[in-house]
Design a protein around this ligand. Sequence first.
Ligand code: TXA
Ligand code: MG
Length: 333
Amino acid sequence: MATIKTASKDTIREAAEILRAGGIVAMPTETVYGLAGNALDGAAVARIFEAKGRPQFNPLITHIADAKDAEKYVELDERARSLIAQFWPGPLTLVLPRRKDCPISELVTAGLETMAIRMPAHKTARALLRQCGLPLAAPSANRSGEISPTTPAHVAGSLGEHVDMILADGSCTVGIESTVLDLTASTPTILRPGAITAEDISAILGCAVPYAHEITDTPKSPGQLLKHYAPSIPVRLNAVDVRDGEALLAFGSIKFMGRTSGGFAKDLPDTMRRNLSETGNLNEAAANLFAMMKALDSPSHTAIAVMNIPDTGLGVAINDRLRRAASSRNMEP
Ligand code: TXA
Ligand code: MG
C-alpha cells in the first residue's frame, strides 16, 4: 500500500520533492483526487499511465498554480481570458491551441495541437503546485475503468502501491470531474459536463454553448469524440526491414536490421531514424512516442516504418496509438 500522508507544510514539501524527482503523487483537488506528475517530463507522465493501467494514451489535463502560467503553454483568446477571470481557480478545464514553443511533454497532449489546462481551487493542490514550481499533468487517481476517487482511502484502494505518495486532505467537495470546454473552434463546445454548466459559460460568453454530443450526427462518448494524432505520411507497423524512402521508428537494437535497398538500418541518416528505447524499455518508449513520430513525420519520407513493440504493460497503449496512426490513412498493401 502507498503511504497516505495528511496534508501539512512538511508533507506538501515532501510531495513536491517526489514530483521534482520524477515521481507520481495522488493529490486532492476540489473535483476528484488526481494522479500528478511533472508535465514537462515524459518519463514521469509515462509512469502515470503505467500506474493507471490505461490501455490508451488519452490526453491529460495540465494543472497550473497561477492563471498567468497559462500564457506559457496555450494561446489565449478573449473568450478564454474572460472565462479564466470568472471561473479560475475552479472546476473548469479549457482546451486551447498549444503554443508552438510549449514545453509540456507531447505525451500529456497525446501528440495533439491542443491542450487541456486548468487551475484547481483546492488549497492543498495549489500549495503543492506552488511548492514544486511545475505544471502537473493529472488524470483522476483511479485505475483505468474504475470511477474517479473522492477520498484518500478510495485512491489507496484503487492505485495501491502504484503511486509514490497519497497526499490526503479529506473528501473532494465537488465530487465530479471538471467541465471540459473546447475553445479551439468558433463554437465553444462542452466535451465533458461538470459543475460549471453550459448556462454559466453562456452567461459569460454571450453565445450558445452546446454539448459535443449535440452537434454530431451520432451520439458518442467524449473519448470517441477525441481526435487522435495522425502523421501526415503512412505508418507501417511491425516492420522487420526499412524500405526505400522510409523513415524508421525503432524499438530496441537495430544492429541486424536491413534495408530493402541494401545495407543496414543503422546507417540511415539521423533525420530518418529515431529509437523509442534502445534498451527496449516501454516506459521510455511511451515518453518518446509522440515527439518521435512527429520528428519523422516529414513529406520527404514515404512512410514511417515502426518496429514491433511487445503488447504488454505500457506497450498496449503504445500499440493502440500506433494502430490508430497507421489506420488513419490508407496504406497501400
Ligand atoms: O476534475 C478533473 O478534471 C480531474 C482532476 C484531477 O483535475 N482530472 C481529470 O482528468 O478528470 P482525466 O484525465 O481523467 O480527464 C481528462 C479529460 C478527458 O475527458 C480527456 O479526453 C479531456 O480531458 N482532454 C484532455 N486533453 C484534451 C484535448 N487536447 N482535447 C480534448 N479533450 C481533452
Ligand atoms: Mg478519469
